[in-house]
Design a protein around this ligand. Sequence first.
Ligand SMILES: Cc1cc2nc3c(=O)[nH]c(=O)nc-3n(C[C@H](O)[C@H](O)[C@H](O)COP(=O)(O)OP(=O)(O)OC[C@H]3O[C@@H](n4cnc5c(N)ncnc54)[C@H](O)[C@@H]3O)c2cc1C
Length: 442
Amino acid sequence: MHVAIVGSGPSGLYTADAVARLWPETEIDIFDRLPTPYGLVRGGIAPDHQSTKAVARAFERTLARPGTRFFGNVEIGRDLQYEELKAAYDLVIFSVGAENDRSLGIPGENLQGVYGAAAFVGWYNGHPRHHALEPLLEGSALAVIGNGNVAVDVVRVLAKTQAELADSDICEHAARRIDAARLTDLYLIGRRGPVEASFTPIELAELGELERCEIVVDPAELAVDVGPEVPEKEVKVRQRNLEILRSFALRTGEPKPMRIHVLFHAAPVAILGNERVTGLVLERTRVVDGRAELTGERFELPVETVIAAIGYHTPQIPGVPFDEQRGRFKNDEGWVEPGVYAAGWCKHGPRGVVGTNRTDAGILVKRIAEDLSSHPLPEGKPGSAAVATLLQQRGVHVIDFAGWKRIDTAEIARAQPPKPREKFVTAASLIAAAASELESSL
Ligand SMILES: Cc1cc2nc3c(=O)[nH]c(=O)nc-3n(C[C@H](O)[C@H](O)[C@H](O)COP(=O)(O)OP(=O)(O)OC[C@H]3O[C@@H](n4cnc5c(N)ncnc54)[C@H](O)[C@@H]3O)c2cc1C
């Protein structure tokens, strides 16, 4: 059997692993539009969360498995078309994630100084699409809109000192810009209340451990309890979040030069400014049946940068059925059309941690096996031989697993310890690094 997996993030690699376990003879080709594998593990997860990024070691074993090939720097929809994949492979599994930012949909969103979290996080993580963002960080106040872990990551990375980031793999360009910034007030803004916030306790607690930054929460916001509307399995997490926030509100001590203000019940309604952001207008909300309702009471924050961490959607690929409303591929529990499936964030939307994709991959592959037992595959698809020819004819510079390992080695070698790696951030420099050892040995 010839299987194409499109996207080498957690969902693609866990799916590859599950396919290989069930059908060890399968030829698995894994495509990624970046020259590097691992999706958000490389380009999304915060640079100071190295222990989470260590999952890449397990992913490497999946990529190195005999019968598996990595086709890096190959974008489906650009370098190869969907129909071509279907013609070449018995199964096509999309695992392309959800890498486009959802927009706020408010006036002022296009001003200089407004960024989506995918772009901002991609900037400090050296994603080739976002490395050149050069975000405006010249003002003293910045707002991050969103109450999930991504919003918490962003304020934490901005609040950390260079010493605190020393053993992270934050890109040099971003570390320099953050160091030069003169930020004093970071606002973490949620439309709903502390009970509804979706950050997790470990990430929230980290905000209380920052060297130069204190955390400010209005205790009046915390005079609430987790109600019966919260699903049973979430109750403990929400209660723990409340406890942590209360402990923040009770803190006394020497003032620090930076503050994270945690604001709840505040919906963004407009961003002010002519060319650049000069302020953010918020409207107070109350939560009714779990939803934020506007109250008409407005206030302004004098921020000069706004980062929206309010969710993502999957980029469309010509020919692949798409659910516009949900912003992901149309699918029925992973089934897209005969022989085509979706896994991970492009299947169910942007939620869940890395490990969630492992469970999901197991369920998906079980489903594929059931489908194959009732609808056996037609014989004779050519697999990678066909696409390799097409890619060669089109002059696509494919980075294989050995090429990625050369990039990996070069990034580790050029980092100043204790920094674990200094990433190459442009497609050209990644491609050059992939070829480096090869050229020197010729
Ligand atoms: C900012 C951020 C921080 C996070 N932090 C954590 C954390 O600390 N801990 C945790 O457990 N989880 C974290 N997560 C969640 C975790 O990253 C996701 O659960 C996981 O990455 C989703 O996997 P995926 O494979 O569906 O998508 P992705 O990881 O996005 O992988 C998709 C891959 O598809 C490729 N691709 C896209 N389009 C194409 C195309 N047309 N052709 C070829 N390739 C394509 C992309 O380049 C990418 O490599 C975080 C998520 C974000 C956004």
